[in-house]
Write a protein that binds this ligand. Sequence first.
Ligand SMILES: Nc1ncnc2c1ncn2[C@@H]1O[C@H](COP(=O)(O)OP(=O)(O)OP(=O)(O)O)[C@@H](O)[C@H]1O
Length: 619
Amino acid sequence: MENQRFEIDNHMDDHVDEQIQKCFDNQMPKSFFTFAGAGSGKTTSLIKALTFLERQFGSDLSANSKQIAVITYTNAACNEILRRMQHTSIFTVSTIHSFLWELIRNYQSDIKEWVRANIASEIAELDSKQSKGRIGTDAYRARATKILKNKERLANLERIKRLSYNPNGENLGSDSLNHNEVVKMGAEFITFKDTMQKILVSKYPILLIDESQDTKKELIDAMLTLYKNHKEDFVIGMFGDAMQKIYMDGKDNLAACIPADWEKPTKVMNHRSATRIVSLANAIRKEVDGQRQKARSDAEVGTVRLFIVSSPAVKATVEKKVAEIMAREASDDQWLIPEECKSLILEHHMAASRLGFEELYAPLNKVRMFDTSLRDGTLPELSFLSNIVLPLVNAHFNKRDFEVSRILRRFSPILDRKSFTSKKENQSELIQIAANAVDDLLSLWNENRVPSCLDVLDSIKTSGLFQLPKRTDDILANPDPGTLDEKVCALRAALAAPFTQLECYASYVSGNTQYATHQGVKGLEFPRVVVIMDDEASRGTWFSYEKLFGSRNKTETDLENERTGKDSSMARTTRLFYVACTRAQKSLGVIAYTNNKDAVKSTALANGWFQDDEIIMVD
Ligand SMILES: Nc1ncnc2c1ncn2[C@@H]1O[C@H](COP(=O)(O)OP(=O)(O)OP(=O)(O)O)[C@@H](O)[C@H]1O
């Protein structure tokens, strides 16, 4: 085995980059589909392709006002690509939502027409269900509310001059489109409007999609239609890995839908992980598609361990013990430093309980509308506190006066440039007003008190130190709870939490703690990884590690899905497990919280995922 490793040619996949470069040949453009396993260098190949394109065609594209579009799954991935390409202007790097919105935003009359038809069809569908529904049930009432809201929106539509959309926000206004509408509409415009196709192809003769296994199926289908109609003057390049499909809105069996005339380069190396981690990844993948990777000849052996723990254990204590054992087993003391390890949880609330921001998180986690903004930190009330107030408070307590005045100049309406320059004679007075407002705010921390987030908002409201998010008045008011809407109620309950919890939350959403979710680390890598499998603590039904590890029976639906070849919760969990484990470079600890330790152990052994001496039973 060791000898075989040294025979591995670490450059065996280099031809893939040349194959991709040939696809961009002006005379004979070809689209391509590069699907390969974790750590095989897909993102690296994407960056190499962009570097090549810039060198080869950069000035030509700029001279003709054309660009290369790159679509990524997250804003973080966009920023990483932009950073690596040094923000070169021949590239438009965006998420699916912003890409589509940029493409269609100026076609307002088409947008309005589409929205009108879409609402009308939703109403018709709801009406039809309502006519068959049972009066008085929750579902009946919910449908009635939806019908009413849709009718109001339809009536209001005519008065709206311009429909707006923010790909990274909540889109609350009556003139706003929601995320689903933009994807559906954008994809339909590309699919059915010749002019939209021509505009897209002429602006972006090359379009590359990263993580295409999870790219919304509507967009993939639209791109395949676009390809069919414009294959002579348009190149699509898709990068991805079917084994890493972890969201339900991606296209199933994408590989089978790729036209026969595309290039399909494949890779067999794993440049990321130690050999033992690569062999675990191969074992997890074995039953799915049998694809095997090779570790680099210079890869270290690495360490994997499975810790099986009875569910009611005190988790923080268990996880500390696991880190200590990993330090010993992997001969690596860095395991003892939490910031040097990444702990992958299943849901954000598991980070909230471990990091101590549960009171802030739990009420907001119940509101579906907050799903995205709570998780990415863009919920206006929280982002206001995290991005403006927290830095101000920290700067003050760390005696960074220059930073305090920078924040005030930038964000405080008291020192707003316009009023400041127009009232020259009052400038020192304005500075004093701002300083007093800051003092009032900071006095909340006097005598080692910890204010609640509500106290902080209240002080800012009284002093006018900063402009507050729109809902603050409602949140701070004290009306009969029955009259408040669900979102305001949840915000009120959450913001009663101590401000220290906001600090922990802010640190978590900006990626500065040891915790991240299995899904959130897609595309990333870390030297030391702990994968935490804890179905009992996770509320979703989408994944089930207990079923994957044989400690819970499959349901009738699972069995039916398996029989009919449909995606099942076992299949989804296998892919999530693969994604999580393959983030590790050097060593990997997997913790299974379970009520059936023996079943977990025998499944881990029977599947060839772990050896007996790699499994540790924790009491
Ligand atoms: N040809 C190569 N030679 C050496 N190192 C490489 C090569 N290609 C990629 N790497 C390194 O391997 C690691 C994984 O690469 P990359 O993130 O591009 O893989 P990926 O296929 O996109 O992974 P994943 O699917 O897991 O997101 C990175 O650290 C990268 O720098």
